[in-house]
Design a protein around this ligand. Structure first.
Ligand code: SD4
Length: 334
């Protein structure tokens, strides 16, 4: 059997080749060897949903869509919309905490299983920015729209303008203004993002990430959440990853892209999340005491991972018919 055919056959029969010497392979063959990196003999777990933080209803909603045969893309969009509409959660969509000037500005992005991506950044007055991001991906030749342009685009697509600042968030902002200290503490009560990954019954993976960004940020500030490879990355051949926490640190290490590439090289989702956190905390002189970053990941087999710098990062996972909120393992046990 020719080497090329052997590798292809091994990959479909699930022999689980993890590494092949690329020096022996042509370009085509290298590509197919890369694809075999995540192949194992296990039966894939699907459908599956994983999302950052305690997001029971959002995950349940995504899982219900998947159970009805919806695509992973529809599932993550519909799941994220639940959090965007939840006015009580001061983190995402309506009710999100504002910037220093009292304006709620939202960021979101979405990736489908074909590697398409759409994002909106710094959008005011529109609640369901995840759906606007999807429209950017599907209805425009672009991948990103920002601020007024994104808002106008949303309105042109039928989205309604509304005031996103709730009384509770306005009060919190007024209280913050007394001292005006910018300390982006992200913990169990105080977080600003939902990142969600889903694997549908056909094994296709999509992801979505939506946020009001860090509370009391400088007007115009954008974090990792809507940036491809930062807050979210999906490669349908390999898996997906999403981030939460201090976006500046995620962006400096291109965290979600890094995790997917590590999985491509054969790391498990858990190992990949741990290495990505290591890239942040092991920088010489890095003082990570006062900020949090958390990652979630899933691979093509439906194996999952989650890891954070500090305690109290939780995530919801729906698999084998059950929706659970779990605490992630974490780095700083000192
Ligand atoms: C950001 N990563 O804007 C977001 C914030 C976040 O929980 O995830 N908070 O940097």
């Amino acid at each position: 059997m020719k080497r090329r055919n052997f590798i292809k056959k091994a990959s479909v029969t699930g022999l689980g080749i993890v590494a092949a010497s690329s020096t022996l392979l042509s370009c085509d063959e290298t590509k197919s060897a890369e694809k075999t990196a995540v192949a194992t003999t296990l039966k894939p777990v699907r459908p599956l949903v994983i999302a950052t933080w305690k997001t029971d209803l959002a995950v349940e909603t995504a899982a219900a869509y998947l159970a009805k045969g919806a695509s992973a893309l529809d599932a993550v969009e519909q799941g994220c919309r639940i959090e965007e509409a939840n006015e009580k959660g001061q983190s995402v969509g309506k009710g999100g905490l504002p910037d220093r000037d009292g304006n709620v500005t939202l960021d979101a992005c979405i990736m489908d299983s074909k590697g398409n991506y759409g994002a909106v950044l710094g959008v005011k007055n529109i609640k369901h920015v995840i759906s606007v991001a999807r429209k950017v991906m599907e209805d425009t030749p672009h991948v990103m729209l920002v601020a007024e342009g994104a808002e106008q685009f949303a309105v042109s697509k039928g989205f309604k303008r509304e005031n996103l600042l709730t009384e509770a968030s306005k009060k919190a902002w007024e209280k913050w203004k007394v001292k005006s200290e910018y300390k982006p503490i992200i913990n169990i009560e105080n977080h600003d993002t939902i990142g969600m990954l889903a694997v549908d019954k056909n094994g296709n993976i999509s992801g979505a990430c939506t946020t009001s960004g860090l509370a009391y940020k400088l007007p115009g500030r954008v974090g990792d959440s809507p940036i491809i490879g930062g807050g979210l990355f999906v490669d349908n051949e390999v898996g997906g990853a999403s981030a939460t926490g201090l976006g500046e640190e995620v962006l400096k290490t291109v965290g979600s892209f890094l995790i997917v590439e590590l999985m491509r090289q054969g790391k498990s989702p858990q190992e990949a999340c741990e290495i990505a956190i290591g890239r942040i905390v092991n920088k010489p002189g890095k003082d990570f005491k006062n900020f949090q970053v958390g990652y979630i990941a899933v691979n093509k087999q439906g194996e999952t991972g989650a890891y954070s710098i500090h305690q109290w990062f939780s995530y919801n996972i729906f698999k084998n018919g059950e929706n659970k909120n779990l605490q992630s393992d974490y780095f700083n046990k000192a």
